[in-house]
Design a protein around this ligand. Structure first.
Ligand code: DON
Length: 606
């Protein structure tokens, strides 16, 4: 791995270019884009020179650029250093990107338990060096005893059980998903991929300050909920909070990993599965041994589309991620967003209007394709063009004019995790998986070390009412036995001219798909390296609540200009955590970038 000085210099040069307010220069000597006063879309009135011309779009820059690891063979970026090292080790031992992604995911279940998991689920997009593309759905399913109104009391009020405790947990898909990926595309023996995680759980690893504070918060919440036995796992032996520098061991999780190392189906059939189902039910959950035995990861046709000379390969339903990403990128093209200065008021405003309309569709129309029929033309350019008609440059369209109803979002820690892997042959894996919110259901199945997800809240638990992310979703995503809850996870691979160009993704609930769209646009529309695109200011709109979420670095002038156009602005410390890899199309050089301006992470390459 090399922390390249030249990459840093390049970062600052490009950052300065992005921050100056004009269109950013493109790489490769391509001509600069036309000025931002060019017409945006036939549907829009001719853009008038607006106050945006004088608004400084420059976000405050992060104190430190993200780490860029450069190599010619393999590359990895994840949210946790031990897990990145595990994956790099697998690559260097001759494993392929799929092997490394599996070992990394299992390691994160040990070292980053707020999101890394055995008890959750996710999505993996794989592109083989020969061009074959795969989408693996290992999303959780609703238990067979689940029902539409299971989280409503007699008065129709939502209960906390949708978020906390074992009743919040869908049937986990992670172990089945990794086993399916290995069976189809892995190279090293399965056991070799589980062993690094097993060692980390059995022998322990040293906690960073961020680890200790995250674990401390998780344990406190578990205690507050009455899950003292779960809290003990994430605390010192005497019950005190773990501290930076502590060596933390998880013997029960090590035991479970030992069983899985022998046979991944142990999670779904046999004594471990019986314990999982029994203990979940004992604590008020719904799982049965049959639910576990019936669980299957599914290979799906990836969503593949062209965007301005690039091929985007991303996740289909039951993640809404790919549909939203394609709609947003097509809308960006229809609106001519690439001709607007990056993070100018015009560009953010128009992108927010596109996000608003896209999310109205996502929330109302999408659900598990095995259960609901999704309208077929959602991804037609003509349809998306029609949806964008009526956008005005100077005025935000109230979401109420697009669909009725406004709903407040609840603040909740957001925890999912995304990682990217490329191997020496050019095979690529984008993997996003989660327990849903931080530490999921906050309940560890006794004796197993398996922390449960609270993914059931991703269903429309009460159609028309907001979920924990403020998403107001409809009937197609109602709870039904065996159904997969709609997701926003958007693991994505970008190809140009038949060659791998980037591996992308992020956590962040509904902000995931909009974050990935911004990563693609930074790379494609503005020709910027990911080391610049990743730390750049992010924005998000999800139709309801009717507001733009953005980060604290938004400048006061830009905020005022967006408010003048009618947007409500809500700022958060940060949106997402994009651990990504860029591949130089000419030289094949891999540049891994961890989103270290927004939290811990490690990029590595060799
Ligand atoms: O599948 C989804 O869309 C959510 N369960 C993801 C949750 C998430 O990303 C939380 N955090 N960062």
């Amino acid at each position: 791995m090399a922390q390249q000085r030249s990459a840093r210099v390049g970062y600052w040069l490009a950052v300065l270019a992005l921050g100056c307010g004009g269109p950013a220069p493109r790489s490769g000597g391509a001509p600069p884009p036309p000025p931002s006063a060019a017409p945006v879309a036939p549907a829009l009135p001719a853009p008038v020179p607006s106050a945006a011309a004088v608004v400084q779009p420059s976000p405050q820059l992060p104190a430190e650029p993200p780490r860029v690891a450069v190599g010619r063979h393999g590359a990895v970026a994840s949210q946790e250093a031990n897990a990145t090292d595990v994956a790099l080790g697998v690559l260097q031992q001759g494993g392929n990107a799929v092997d490394a992604a599996i070992a990394l995911g299992l390691a994160l279940a040990v070292t980053h338990p707020s999101a890394g998991n055995l008890g959750g689920g996710g999505f993996m997009v794989i592109r083989r060096a020969d061009g074959a593309a795969y989408a693996l759905d290992y999303r959780e399913t609703a238990p067979s005893a689940a029902s539409r109104d299971m989280y409503l009391d007699a008065q129709g009020n939502l209960s906390d059980a949708r978020l906390n405790g074992p009743k919040a947990a869908g049937i986990p898909g992670t172990v089945a998903g990794f086993a399916a990926a290995h069976a189809k595309l892995g190279k090293l023996p399965w056991r070799a991929l589980v062993e690094p995680a097993l060692r980390l759980a059995r022998d322990g690893f040293t906690l960073t300050a961020e680890d200790a504070s995250t674990l401390g918060r998780g344990a406190a919440k578990m205690r507050e909920l009455g899950y003292a036995a779960s809290a003990r796992i994430y605390s010192r032996k005497d019950g005190a909070p773990l501290q930076a520098g502590d060596r933390w061991v998880q013997p029960e999780l090590a035991k479970t990993l030992g069983l899985i190392a022998t046979e991944p189906t142990a999670f779904y059939r046999g004594p471990l599965a019986a314990t999982l189902a029994r203990e979940v039910r004992r604590a008020g959950g719904l799982w049965t041994p049959a639910d576990l035995a019936r669980y299957e990861a599914r290979w799906r046709e990836p969503v593949v589309f062209d965007y301005r000379g690039h091929t985007i390969i991303t996740m289909p339903l039951p993640s809404a991620g790919g549909v939203v990403l394609e709609q947003l990128l097509v809308a960006s093209e229809v609106l001519g967003l690439e001709r607007r200065a990056w993070r100018s008021a015009d560009e953010i405003h128009l992108f927010a209007e596109a996000m608003r309309r896209t999310y109205a569709d996502r929330n109302q129309l999408l659900g598990d394709p095995d259960f609901v029929k999704v309208p077929p033309d959602l991804l037609e350019t003509s349809y998306i063009r029609d949806r964008m008609r009526g956008i005005e440059l100077e005025r935000a369209t109230p979401s109420a004019e697009i669909q009725a109803g406004v709903a407040p979002a609840r603040e909740e820690s957001t925890q999912t995790t995304h990682y990217s892997v490329v191997d020496a042959d050019g095979n690529a894996v984008a993997n996003t998986y989660t327990l849903n919110t931080g530490f999921g259901a906050k309940f560890v199945v006794p004796g197993t070390g398996v922390l449960l997800n609270n993914e059931m809240d991703d269903f429309a638990v009460k159609p028309g009412a907001p979920n924990v992310f403020g998403l107001v979703q409809g009937e197609p995503n109602k709870i039904e036995p065996g159904k997969r809850m709609l997701s926003s996870m958007t693991p994505t691979v970008v190809v140009r001219g038949g060659r791998l160009r980037a591996v992308l993704g992020s956590p962040g609930g509904p902000t995931i798909s909009t974050t990935v769209a911004q990563l693609v646009r930074g790379l494609v529309d503005y020709g910027q390296p990911l080391s610049v695109v990743v730390p750049a200011l992010r924005v998000h709109h999800q139709w309801l609540p009717d507001q733009i979420w953005t980060e604290e670095q938004l400048s006061p002038a830009l905020k005022a200009e967006l408010e003048r156009r009618g947007h409500v602005i809500r700022q958060r410390p940060h949106l997402g955590h994009a651990n990504v890899i860029e591949v130089d199309a000419e030289t094949g050089e891999r540049r891994a970038v961890a989103d270290t301006t927004r939290g811990e992470g490690k990029a590595a390459a060799y």
